[in-house]
Design a protein around this ligand. Structure first.
Ligand code: ADP
Length: 584
């Protein structure tokens, strides 16, 4: 069979990589179908006489001479209503998950209806509400109308890039994604749109990232915040809590849409996420959390090339919601597994390996992915803004941060939340090590305006206290506890109270899992206030052992359950009770 783009044939197969001949017209990055099973693949290199293809499914049955057909377009995703709540593989094929007592004990995701089911449901009808009238002049990015995609989100249908003119044939009411909802300059526009995944979607200009993404995670918001439109990496060895932190962020971050890319993790871990998410409630809307979530899943037992594609599929979907004017958070767990997919394909291509076998282009690929984060002015006349915040977990082998994926992530991301094996061993979670973590985002002004004028002071004070505590702990390790003077003993005690009562936060205690900024602020003030009260008591001549044993300090252990409405009052009360006890 000869298609418009010519039909080729398999020449050789090496793991996920296939070389094909007889495709003189094929372009780099085009999608092809390989073999009689029509396995999807993508051209990743063009040599003089052959196209090199990465295949997104097992190449097990392929033989030399099997047909290869060029589909004539690059790897792309389908965009439109119906993405939210969906679970897709790395090339956006819908997945269903087997029950764990089904065929696969690991809850391995299965393609829904084989490989041919389209990403977006073709039959479902959506109630389209036009926002334009016939005759209106519109251009790229203008809002043609909305459908209520889920109770959590009104899906804005936009004029596609490159199209402008007068609106005609507007249609309200139930429509499928393929039926035109209007014409623009005579061209029919349907809700279903397609975008190549390896190319950023256009916007009207980058905006400064000066608003935080509130995560409800105290160590992050208070000490190392990430901006909306910023990037963060979470490096940590096995079992340090990366997945728990990524899922906490997916649950609690104040984003309109969450795209969760589960990349190369084990199937049973993913099954847990997939079981847990649909049961969760969005704290902002009380709707099921899945109503604002898109899951992209490529577990370790699924084909490695699709894992490489999964982060691009995820970020293109994120851009689609950004373009509608929404704040999107994309979690990638883990970018190391993605790097390993890159390495595997590269070695099959027999490319010259760089550091630790990774291809030399690892750094530019990683940077190119994170660069698609940002806060932007969207295309369209209404001045909408949207953002994508990208948070990538990194799993360095042996927890060694000097390895390439960690090092390159560190260079390109604005916040770095280093998970520490020793903290995890002590069950201090999230095991974010304040000594090695940082943020480059300057968000103090926002917190001062929105939460409390002395936020920056409190934050600096907390960081200094932790640094001083580390120094004192080293002294104690060398010289013993007797080496510390009373002021230093009080500092040590305050540092510990800060770590135990503020930085440590259980993801599994419903009342602790998320803390709103006003409560974080009250907690920090209470910690600072009690530290000062202890110091003042020392200065007034109170013996150190009495200061350190003050009963009323116990109340700090209950701060994590304060509510926004009365946190400030309770904080002040707590400090006053410590002052009163130490004055008696
Ligand atoms: P990783 O993905 O880094 O291998 P996980 O995220 O699976 O590690 O975490 C390992 C275990 O640590 C979890 O099963 C849980 O028991 C514990 N843990 C991690 N983070 C927290 C947290 N914030 N609160 C309570 N327990 C946690």
């Amino acid at each position: 069979m000869t298609s418009a783009n010519g039909a080729g044939a398999v020449r050789s197969v090496s793991g996920p990589v296939v070389a094909a001949e007889g495709l003189p017209e094929v372009r780099l990055h085009n999608v092809v179908e390989v073999g009689r099973q029509r396995l999807p693949g993508e051209v990743i290199r063009l040599d003089a006489d052959q196209a090199v293809i990465q295949v997104y499914e097992s190449t097990g049955g392929l033989r030399a001479g099997d047909p290869v057909t060029d589909l004539g377009h690059p790897l792309q995703v389908e965009l439109g209503p119906g993405l939210l709540g969906g679970i897709f593989d790395g090339t956006q094929r819908p997945l269903t998950v087997l029950a764990r007592d089904g065929d696969d004990p690991h809850g391995r995701p299965m393609l829904a209806g084989g490989g041919d089911t389209p990403s977006l449901d073709r039959r479902r009808r959506w109630e389209f509400r036009p926002a334009v009238a016939e005759g209106d002049e519109v251009g790229p990015g203008d809002v043609l109308g909305e459908v209520q995609e889920t109770s959590a989100l009104a899906h804005r249908v936009l004029v596609p890039a490159g199209l402008s003119g007068a609106v005609g044939a507007v249609r309200a009411g139930p429509v499928t994604v393929e039926e035109p909802i209007a014409t623009v300059g005579g061209t029919p526009v349907a809700m279903l749109q397609r975008s190549p995944v390896r190319q950023p979607r256009p916007h009207a200009g980058a905006l400064h990232a000066d608003v935080p993404l509130i995560t409800g995670q105290r160590v992050i918001d208070a000490l190392f915040p990430v901006a909306r439109g910023g990037t963060a990496s979470i490096p940590g060895g096995f079992g340090t809590g990366k997945t728990v932190l990524e899922t906490s962020l997916a649950k609690w971050a104040d984003a309109d849409v969450v795209v969760y890319v589960a990349c190369g993790e084990r199937g049973n871990e993913l099954a847990e996420v997939l079981e847990e998410f649909p049961a969760l409630e969005d704290p902002r809307t009380s709707a099921p959390l899945m109503e604002r979530t898109v899951l992209i899943a490529n577990t370790s037992n699924m084909p490695v090339a699709a894992r490489e594609a999964s982060v691009y599929t995820g970020i293109t979907i994120a851009e689609f919601f950004r373009d509608q004017g929404y704040d999107v958070a994309l979690m990638a767990d883990s970018t190391s597994r993605w790097g390993e997919a890159l390495r595997e394909v590269s070695s099959r291509l027999e490319e010259v390996p760089g550091e630790e076998g990774y291809p030399a282009y690892l750094a530019t690929r990683l940077a190119g992915f994170y660069e698609r984060a940002g806060r932007v002015r969207c295309l369209g006349g209404d001045g909408r803004e949207g953002s994508i915040t990208v948070i990538g977990a990194v799993s360095p082998p042996g927890g060694d941060f000097s390895e390439p994926v960690t090092q390159h992530s560190l260079r390109v991301t604005g916040a770095f939340w280093a998970l520490d094996a020793e903290l995890a061993r002590q069950r201090h979670y999230p095991a974010v090590d304040p000594g090695r973590s940082y943020t480059l985002y300057e968000l103090d002004a926002w917190f001062a305006a929105e939460v409390g004028a002395d936020w920056a002071d409190l934050r600096r004070g907390a960081l200094e206290l932790l640094a001083e505590e580390r120094r004192l702990l080293e002294l104690v390790a060398l010289l013993g506890a007797d080496a510390l003077d009373p002021t230093q003993q009080v500092t040590l005690r305050s540092g510990r109270m800060l770590r135990e009562n503020f930085l440590a936060q259980s993801a599994f205690d419903a009342r602790d899992a998320h803390t709103a900024p006003p409560v974080q602020y009250a907690m920090l003030r209470a910690l600072r206030g009690t530290h000062q009260a202890m110091q003042e008591a020392l200065d007034a001549g109170r013996p150190p052992h009495e200061v350190l044993a003050a009963e009323s300090l116990q109340a700090l252990g209950r701060m994590r359950h304060w509510e926004t409405a009365d946190a400030a009052r309770r904080g002040e009360q707590l400090v006053r009770s410590v002052q009163a006890e130490l004055a008696r």
